[in-house]
Design a binder for this molecule. Structure first.
Ligand SMILES: Cc1cc2nc3c(=O)[nH]c(=O)nc-3n(C[C@H](O)[C@H](O)[C@H](O)COP(=O)(O)O)c2cc1C
Length: 196
């Protein structure tokens, strides 16, 4: 199987990158992140794409979340990013590898003030408070750091999804949708086309 015309010669990661916004673009794509649930059920939720490195896609989360326990047990994940306005979908399967402390710190600095505040406030005890208490706690936190905290809480975690498989779905009104699938093989990639 060989790559067809129009696909970037640099391989699937460069192609994926060309579909994704630059790291300093404040509008971050939403990804469905699927993990292997500890109870055996597939577990999926939405996370923001934080950035794209030379080897993978990064997201950030809280150490107390279910996904972190699931990733400790098994790092295999799927990511789905849909671009309905462009009739495109990117699916990635890979291992979620914890990023370094320096990378996590830098990523925290790129988050909006709201999201930096959220990382500090949104713990399990806070979630169980009645609405008025939650609003009061939020207002107190914002009053203390109006521009958002600069340092991440100790529960801040970052992961890099190192892809094993990419699937590029492309639709459009003038041709049938199809997928281009890349799977890691022998130090390179095998490539195939699949129906949409
Ligand atoms: C639009 C949107 C963006 C979100 N972004 C993140 C994110 O970047 N990181 C995160 O941990 N949770 C994010 N969440 C919350 C997750 O979907 C999820 O509820 C939370 O992380 C707990 O997931 P878990 O218990 O399955 O680990 C986001 C939710 C929405 C609706």
């Amino acid at each position: 199987m060989t790559a067809t015309l129009g696909e970037p010669v640099e391989g699937p990661h460069a192609w994926a990158r060309s579909w994704l916004p630059a790291d300093d673009d404040p509008v971050r794509p939403l990804m469905t992140l699927a993990t292997l649930g500890l109870d055996g059920w597939p577990a999926a939720r939405t996370v923001l794409l934080s950035s794209v490195s030379d080897v993978g896609l990064r997201f950030h989360t809280d150490a107390r979340s279910a996904k972190v326990a699931e990733l400790a047990a098994d790092p295999r994940v799927s990511l789905v990013i849909a671009f309905p306005e462009r009739a495109q979908q990117l699916v990635v399967q890979g291992d979620a590898v914890p990023e370094s402390a320096a990378e996590s710190l830098a990523a925290f600095g790129r988050r909006s003030a709201y999201l930096r505040q959220l990382a500090w406030v949104n713990d399990p005890e806070h979630a169980r408070l009645p609405p008025a208490d939650r609003q009061r706690a939020w207002a107190t936190a914002v009053a203390q750091t109006p521009d958002g905290p600069l340092e991440p809480p100790t529960s801040w975690r970052g992961y890099e999804v190192v892809p094993h498989r990419y699937v590029f779905w492309e639709g459009g009104p003038d041709a049938a949708s199809r997928r281009t699938e890349y799977v890691r093989a022998d130090g390179g990639w095998s490539v195939d086309h699949l129906p949409g």
